[in-house]
Design a protein around this ligand. Structure first.
Ligand code: CTP
Length: 404
């Protein structure tokens, strides 16, 4: 069987000289067994004739040239639904701007707005346009929403300039499409334990102490590991997220519950990733009845320190096991993270400044630094789903190294 047999690729082609390279992409996809449906903008039709794409794809190329808006309504939904992956190559600054702002005024922009398939974009434009603040913002927005990018590459451009703006080569775009359609199963059979969310520490029957953790980071890690073939157990505090497909969830409330769940499970695990934000303190006593106002006086609560779950998991660590923790910091981020790495016997700690815009609690993005004994590596602001993949890549590298 050819690698992309039975897969539907919708390819949007916009108006740039790189449109001719999209022909080669169609040809590669077809040879790999994919069905390719091409949508061309009016400007794309100036660079390459629709007939070329029709012949290569063996399907009609959808163009706007003569279509009335009513015909989009039917066709664009059908194509949007059919796509297993939606690729825009080449993508001009114009289509990026439209995609970033939800503008749907032709067949391509309308269809890409309607699709639920993963979207891959291969930009191609003049360096000045690529570097323009408007394009930079649009790319950032799209990335944050999970749109994947390939390129552009640097080099000599058709306009005579040299710099970033050249569309990636069709073979590289093809490889990325294959990657999206056939996710890696590099974690097949591994047992992965992930923690996520806040804890709740009871004060009385109606009150508790908690924190702002949304659980998004831990849930993204659990989902990504399951997709890569791991057997995942997610020990989760109370959050409003649904448990990812194929993941076993263990619900806990307090840090003590988390401690019990983790110490029982960690010996049977290959990789432990602790993204939860357990409360460090809990009320020393829990009132059995709702605490009433104390006249005009203040209420004094005594808090006792909770066990440090990660430190205990670190003590129980067995050879070959990989332990990853998080460090939520507001100051001296890397210094504090490096100290936690030692104290909790971790192989890697993911440090983030929770006060930075685009990082920390209840946002879909994060800015992290991976800290190990050997090095520190800071990534740009990325969707938490992508941070999850980067984290697992590194955890896997450590795991393989320890096995050798
Ligand atoms: N952690 C834990 N048990 C706790 C507190 C934290 O297992 N009682 C884990 C977290 O899941 C995270 C790591 O330890 O992986 C670091 O958490 P963080 O809140 O940044 O650090 P603390 O150890 O609580 O230190 P401090 O609050 O003093 O910065």
């Amino acid at each position: 069987m050819t690698p992309l047999e039975g897969k539907n690729v919708v390819l949007g082609v916009t108006g740039g000289i790189a449109a001719y390279k999209a022909c080669e992409l169609v040809s590669r996809l077809r040879k790999a067994g994919a069905q390719v449906y091409v949508i061309m903008t009016q400007h794309a039709c100036q660079f390459v004739a629709p007939l070329t794409f029709e012949t290569l794809s063996n399907h009609p190329a959808v163009t706007d040239t003569f279509a009335r808006p009513e015909t989009w309504e039917v066709e664009h939904i059908a194509l949007a639904k059919r796509a297993d992956v939606f690729v825009v190559a080449p993508a001009t600054a114009n289509i990026l701007a439209k995609m970033a702002h939800g503008i749907a005024d032709d067949m391509l922009s309308t269809t890409v707005l309607a699709t639920k398939a993963p979207v891959l974009v291969a930009p191609a434009m003049n360096t000045g346009m690529w570097e323009n603040a408007a394009t930079r913002e649009n790319v950032k927005l799209l990335r944050q929403r999970g749109i994947r990018f390939i390129g552009p590459e640097g080099g000599f451009l058709a306009c005579g300039d040299t710099g970033a703006g050249r569309m990636s080569e069709p073979k590289d775009i093809f490889a990325e499409i294959t990657n999206i359609l056939h996710p890696r199963l590099d974690m097949e059979g591994l047992r992965v334990l992930v923690t996520a969310g806040p804890t709740q520490e009871r004060i009385d029957p109606v009150r508790y102490i908690s924190n702002r953790s949304s659980g998004k980071m831990g849930y993204a890690i659990a989902e990504a590991a399951a997709k890569r073939g791991a057997r995942v157990t997610l020990v989760t505090g109370p959050v409003s997220l649904s448990v990812p497909e194929g993941v076993e969830a263990v619900k806990i409330l307090s840090t003590q519950d988390l401690y019990d769940a983790m110490t029982a499970r960690c010996p049977d695990t290959d990789i432990v990733i602790q993204a939860a934000a357990p409360a460090d303190f809990a009320p020393a006593t829990v009132a059995e009845q709702k605490i009433k106002k104390q006249g005009d006086g203040d209420l004094v609560l005594t808090l006792r320190q909770n066990p440090d779950v990660a430190a205990q998991v670190g003590r129980l660590k067995r050879p070959g096991q990989v332990l990853v923790g998080f460090a939520a910091e507001t100051n001296d981020v890397l210094k504090n993270a490096a100290a936690k790495l030692q104290k909790k016997n971790l192989d890697m700690i993911v440090a983030n400044d929770v006060t930075a815009p685009g990082a920390g609690f209840d946002v879909d993005t994060n800015i992290v630094t991976f800290v190990t004994q050997e090095k520190q590596e800071t990534l740009p602001c990325l969707p938490k789903t992508q941070v999850a993949e980067e984290l697992l890549d590194r955890a896997m590298m450590i795991f393989q190294k320890q096995k050798r």
